[in-house]
Write a protein of this length. Structure first.
Ligand code: DOR
Ligand code: ZN
Length: 344
């Protein structure tokens, strides 16, 4: 039985680091394991200009533990007023690696997102021209659409039309939760990819709702039925270069998770790699873990894989169940299964 596993150092292609005290509390957990991460721009207020992205990057770098080797890959939050020249300049300087599309109202801090897609047409055209990828939160917000169908309807109503209108645009359908999304990505040309979170490989909607409501499993897109979870496992463990890790690790204090209307997000940064090793081993795919965590993402983003490595050993991991912040604890995602691999 394999006892150690050495991988090129992983990257996280979808991460929420927040700001201020929360940033200082959560960043060490990502920087300990990941070399780079695509940093989500849904702060309050959102990161919409190149100047704001540069200032946010500097705050992240200032919050890094001494000696940490971690590069934040910045993104801009797409609004109907985003200035294509500002975005193109931020891309040309190497500051930003992607632009993030939130349909207005889809999730945490998405109020400044897009409602009228005609207003972002010049931006999308420019991004296709300059090769700047679009990260998408793939859910429609139409209240008439059932929350469990919002991703599949987004593909039909929003994503497919965008891809037809801008065939050269590189698009990442983020945190996919359905078999429909996995099939759609597989059937598309190579300029479409998908990220998959750790938690969506582990939980289905029963974990959230059966036998009592478990707010710490509530995230968006919400976990779907078991057939979809199994489809995500097949996609992630397949080695197909279009699927790669984006944890969507999204910290909220317990106080904010446990409200009558609690926040969406699972905080997986501390135990993601232990959980993934378990998942890939269960599916007899440990030899394809590195593709998912460390190779497919950089290839899609046109970056070299990391030349350093990380080693996992067959020992149950130890990590805190909660991490402290000045505003109260943040609960670490509970995978509800025994874990046998730790990062050494
Ligand atoms: O569960 C989620 N939490 N999904 C998102 O899309 C946003 C994120 C957050 O920022 O908390
Ligand atoms: Zn997210």
């Amino acid at each position: 039985m394999t006892q150690t596993l050495t991988l090129r150092r992983p990257d996280d292609w979808h991460l929420h680091l927040r700001d201020g005290d929360m940033l200082r509390a959560v960043l060490p957990h990502s920087a300990a394991h990941f070399a780079r991460a695509i940093i989500m721009p849904n702060l309050v207020p959102p990161v919409v200009t190149g100047a704001q992205a540069a200032a946010y990057r500097d705050r992240i770098l200032a919050a890094l533990p001494i000696g940490a080797d971690f590069t934040p890959l910045m993104t801009l939050y797409l609004t109907e007023d985003t200035d294509p020249d500002d975005v193109a300049a931020a891309h040309a300087s190497g500051l930003i690696r992607a632009v993030k599309l939130y349909p207005a109202g889809a999730t945490t801090n998405s109020a400044s997102g897009v409602s009228d897609f005609s207003r972002v047409a010049p931006m999308l055209e420019r991004m296709a021209d300059i090769g700047l990828p679009l990260c998408t939160h793939g859910e429609v917000t139409d209240p008439a659409v059932d929350i469990f169908d919002r991703e599949a309807v987004f593909i039909d109503r929003v994503l497919d039309p965008i891809r037809r209108d801008y065939p050269g645009l590189r698009v990442i359908l983020e945190h996919i939760t359905t078999e429909d999304a996995a099939d759609y990505v597989r059937s598309a040309p190579e300029n479409l990819a998908a990220t998959i979170t750790t938690h969506h490989l582990v939980i289905n909607r029963n974990h959230i709702l059966a036998g009592g409501i478990r707010p710490h499993y509530y995230c968006l897109p919400v976990a779907k039925r078991e057939t979809h979870r199994l489809a995500l496992r097949r996609a992630a463990t397949s080695g197909d270069p279009r699927f790669f890790l984006g944890t969507d690790s999204a910290p909220h204090t317990d106080a904010n998770k446990l409200l009558p209307c609690g926040c969406a997000g699972c905080f997986t940064a501390p135990n993601t790699l232990s959980i993934l090793a378990e998942v890939f081993e269960q599916d007899a795919a440990l030899d394809r873990l590195e593709a998912f965590t460390s190779l497919n993402g950089p290839a899609f983003y046109g970056l070299p894989p990391n030349d350093t490595t990380i080693t996992l050993v067959r020992t149950p991991p130890s990590y805190p169940m909660h991490i402290p912040t000045p505003d109260g604890p943040v609960t670490v995602f509970d995978p509800d299964m025994a874990l046998n691999w730790s990062v050494s």
